[in-house]
Write a protein of this length. Structure first.
Lengths: 161, 790
């Protein structure tokens, strides 16, 4: 039995028919073909699947697609203003070499943006490290991710995003 | 080339844009029309006989396309997986090589062993059907505890390896070492366990395969660090599909750390089944499958003794190690605790006599193979633990004891007593720099200050050596390796002047698309944006050996430089023709061919265009086109070295260890992109810190169940487990490759565990604690403290 579901993804209407058990991340990847959001574990620990649902960062493997009915979803694909103009957080990750294999990166960037906003663009290293507890990276040792987030916070503020 | 993009510049990575915008393409992302999805049924038992498999209910489930079991594979005469490195034991006999069936036929040998494969129209349907397969097992006693794996009466894993012994191997002359011990003024002894690790690349392993009925060609997309090697193994040993009919593509791969070198059951099955199903098949491991079935790392039990004279000079080292192989021999498993471990036991020191005995044991656990550092972290942990312990026992400063025994810079090339010849190095300035950065002089004041807060502060050194840049093919052959270890490159210019670098190396996070482009940009003067690095596809790149053992720049980069030299040679001939000059008078500078002493000049792009539009061209003497291939076989390994200093604070009430400072100073030879190199070191250190403080693959010793089978149970390092790092570097160029480079990929993980554990022991020494097992979790530390105070 399938259930119709409709939401807005990166500003565009998206709909489909899903099983009740279909996860939001499955809907994004398998139904919409938006493979920028990754799956790195099966226990909601790694954070590779983080997206924004109605402005809040959510692990899209912990949410059913039907729970996102009517929601506004932003994924990594929807962040950059254009191909040339990246979001300040994306730009800070690039500037600070905060990614290597790139697999955790979408979730890291989405979590980081939410983190900066929740802390009103004011962060210190200890806070960033504590706030990253839901995102695993095996490549970077976090050193440059922390640097990038600290650099992005003022950049986001001045860009008004 | 301009300073902004040439060798030594911190060039931002070309690959980042796609990874930051969600447009990377990993195996699971591939859209394959009419795809089916595979789910594997895995053994829930560590050791059992399969009495029966009933697939009838599963076959009737919705969406099921096919179900295969070990019997189908055996009937189809599919070969077993291979171990590609023959290690000869101390009697000269090759190691025991028990069969490694792609799917278990009548016996399962570890939790996670592959029993059946379900192919269905959707992943959920495949999972549902897999649960409906009924398997009747006759559960047997399991051999799980490595320390007892070789005991008489331990449950046998394979009849082909009596007593579970794969080999009993040695290096060095025991009698000479014993004689040196008899004369020693002091002997330091340690018993250590190098804890078992699970690699945990963030992208789980994945495979997708398609069979083209019209051509009879197979395509396998795989999360492989070495697609050509995977194809070779599948073709020549396992599936028998001729190499030219099998294309292996490793697209964007989300980290490997060794675990994606090997040929596994799943990609084999997916490829084999694709032609039978007649539709593409996709499989992606769930994380719990990765925990159970990715080749694990480390897992040694070691006793070591170091003999010193009255002045603290090392006289001899004796090492006895039992290494866990798991239930089957993975692709390079046998080499890891021998040629990548025991041959490194000289470390940075002049220890004149070394004897090591390594016994490789089978257990009913997942296969164990190379994981970041592969053997070298285990060797470093032995050496650097025993050296620090000796310093404590003799009341000599640990840095001083190391300095006293360093190989002097004048002694290179230096022949160690354990086969390797170190090509270059200068160790004292490295430790001096580390001491400076870490403010070692100020440590006792910091220790006292910490004490006033009720914290125990300790400091630990680890001076590592690494043989990497694998490797001279003839040496590898002599040691039993089954492959060559050269690397390939092709520089393919297009008529409009841009160029593709086709490399046999594979990037799964290392940033080759940037570093390799920097090499060519620097050498040939081509702007970065006109260079494309192509890798990971057997149909487009020259045969390559792939990426592992910190080899891509030292070996793959050298191949690129050789190909660039050929481009310059050919370009000179073309330019000489265009300038009506003698080839001998043509020089190549900053991307332009010139005739010395004249204003005649031909930019490379013009020579390239002439090569493709050869209207005015020495056509009778020179082929058209600008497309050069090179293979590079290194003359020796490369030998990066460095010192890490770790400083910890321990809360004696809880046993919690906090790393408060961590310094790493390395000699990687010349550095192409410092930004990327530093990133490799950061990541390596954290994997080493993970081993030292957090990570431990635990099997229940009775049942063989993997207790640490998820991120809920296996502690991955998180951002708040580590500090930011202080790095430094010193350079002694590698004398035998054209770039003067060494490898940087594994160093962090090689040195860090000993640095951290030495710091922990230093912190706890005032309490009389002499040994904390690794990982130094709060529980292990608390128990050590409270055991010691009883």
């Amino acid at each position: 039995m399938t259930i119709p579901v409709a939401m807005t993804v990166n500003g565009k209407p998206a709909s489909g028919k899903v099983e009740a058990r279909t996860l939001l991340v499955q809907f994004l990847r398998e139904h919409l073909g938006m493979t920028g959001t990754h799956v790195g574990c099966d226990t909601s620990q790694c954070g590779a699947c983080v997206v924004h649902v109605d402005g809040k960062s959510v692990k899209s493997c912990t949410m059913l697609a039907v729970q996102a009915e009517g929601a506004k979803v932003i994924t990594i694909e929807g962040l950059a203003e254009s191909a040339e103009k990246l979001h300040p957080m994306q730009e800070a990750f690039r500037e600070n070499h905060a990614l290597q294999c790139g697999f955790c990166t979408p979730g890291m960037v989405m979590s980081a943006i939410d983190m900066v906003k929740r802390h009103n663009y004011q962060l210190d290293e200890a806070t960033v490290r504590r706030e990253l507890e839901g995102n695993l990276c095996r490549c970077t040792g976090y050193h440059n991710i922390v640097k990038a987030i600290l650099a992005a916070a003022p950049a986001m503020k001045s860009a008004g995003v | 080339m301009t300073a902004q993009t040439g060798i030594g510049a911190r060039v931002k990575r070309k690959e980042d844009h796609r990874f930051l915008t969600g447009t990377g393409r990993y195996v699971d992302d591939l859209p394959l029309a009419r795809a089916t999805y595979a789910q594997f049924v895995r053994s829930p038992h560590a050791h059992a006989k399969i009495k029966s498999i009933d697939t009838s209910a599963a076959k009737a489930m919705p969406g099921v396309v096919a179900i295969f079991t070990g019997k189908d594979i055996a009937d189809a005469k599919v070969g077993g997986l291979i171990c590609g490195w023959v290690v000869k034991d101390k009697h000269g006999e090759p190691h025991k090589a028990p069969p490694h069936p792609v799917m278990a036929v009548d016996t399962v040998r570890y939790v996670g062993d592959t029993v059946a494969m379900v192919v269905a129209n959707s992943h959920d349907e495949a999972k549902d059907a897999a649960e409906a397969i009924k398997i009747d097992y006759d559960v047997k006693a399991a051999n799980v505890d490595l320390a007892r794996a070789l005991d008489k009466g331990a449950p046998e894993v394979h009849p082909e390896a009596p007593g579970n012994l794969i080999y009993d191997w040695e290096i060095g002359v025991k009698a000479d070492v014993d004689a040196a011990f008899a004369k020693a003024a002091h002997v330091t002894k340690i018993d250590i366990v190098n804890n078992r690790l699970i690699p945990n690349a963030m992208e789980p392993r994945a495979a997708a395969a398609d069979y083209d009925k019209g051509t009879g060609n197979y395509t396998l997309w795989s999360t492989s660090q070495n697609p050509h090697v995977l194809r070779l193994i599948l073709s020549a040993f396992v599936l028998g599909i001729p190499e030219h009919k099998l294309r292996v593509i490793a697209p964007d791969v989300g980290g490997g750390f060794g675990s994606k070198i090997f040929c596994y059951n799943e990609e084999t099955m997916v490829t084999w089944a694709a032609s039978r199903v007649g539709r593409p098949i996709k499989w992606t491991a769930e994380r719990s499958e990765s925990f159970q079935t990715d080749a694990h790392g480390r897992d040694h039990v070691t006793h070591a003794e170091l003999a010193l004279d009255k002045d603290g000079k090392f006289l001899a080292l004796k090492v006895e190690t039992v290494a866990n192989m798991g239930a089957y021999l993975s692709t390079f498993s046998t080499a890891v605790p021998t040629y990548l471990y025991a041959t490194l036991l000289a470390g940075q020191y002049t220890t004149p006599l070394i004897y090591a005995n390594v016994k490789a044991a089978l257990t009913h656990t997942a296969p164990v193979d190379a994981y970041r550092g592969a053997g070298r972290p285990e060797a470093t942990y032995v050496i650097e633990s025993i050296v620090s312990k000796a310093a404590k026992e003799l009341k000599i400063d640990p840095a001083e004891l190391r300095r006293k025994n360093f190989i002097p810079s004048t002694a290179f090339p230096y022949q160690t007593p354990v086969a390797l010849q170190y090509d270059s190095g200068n160790y004292p300035p490295i430790i001096d720099e580390a001491i400076k950065i870490a403010d070692y002089k100020g440590f006792e004041a910091r220790r006292a200050e910490a004490k006033s807060r009720g914290k125990l502060r300790g400091i630990g050194f680890s001076s590592y050596i690494e043989a990497c840049g694998l490797a001279p093919s003839q040496v590898i052959g002599q040691l039993g390796g089954g492959v060559g270890q050269w690397e390939s490159a092709q520089l393919k210019f297009n008529p409009t002047g841009n160029v593709q670098i086709l490399t046999g190396s594979h990037s799964h996070g290392q940033g080759h698309e940037t570093t390799f482009a920097q090499l060519v940009s620097d050498k040939l003067g081509v702007p970065m944006e006109q260079i494309e690095v192509v890798h990971g596809d057997t149909a487009t790149t020259p045969f390559g050996m792939g990426t592992y053992g910190s080899r891509s720049l030292a070996v793959g980069g050298s191949a690129i430089m050789k190909a660039a030299d050929k481009i310059i040679d050919k370009g000179k001939k073309i330019a000489a023709h265009l300038m009506e000059a003698s080839v001998a008078d043509v020089v190549f500078e900053n991307g332009t061919f010139k005739v010395a002493g004249t204003d005649k000049a031909v930019p490379l792009a013009q020579a390239v265009f002439a090569a493709y539009v050869p209207h005015n061209y020495p056509i009778t003497e020179l082929e058209p086109g600008m497309d050069e291939n090179a293979f590079y076989d290194p003359a020796n390994f490369v030998y990066p070295a460095g010192t890490q200093i770790c400083e910890v604070e321990i809360d004696p009430d809880t046993g919690v260890v906090e790393i408060v400072n961590h310094t790493a100073v390395d000699d990687f030879g010349n550095i192409i992109n410092p930004m990327i190199v530093e990133g490799q070191v950061h990541g390596g250190i954290v994997q080493g810190v993970g081993q030292a403080l957090l990570e431990n693959a635990v099997y229940d010793k009775e049942t063989g169940q993997l207790i640490s089978g998820s991120y809920m149970d296996y502690t991955m390092p998180r951002a708040d487990d580590v500090p930011s790092f202080k790095l430094g570097n010193k350079v002694t160029p590698c004398p035998h490759n054209p770039l003067g480079v060494k490898g940087c990929g594994e160093a962090g993980a090689i040195a860090a565990p000993a640095a951290v554990m030495n710091a922990v022991h230093d912190a706890l020494a005032p309490l009389g604690v002499s040994h904390v097992p690794m990982p130094a979790t709060s529980l292990n530390v608390w128990q050590a403290i409270n055991g010691a105070s009883k």
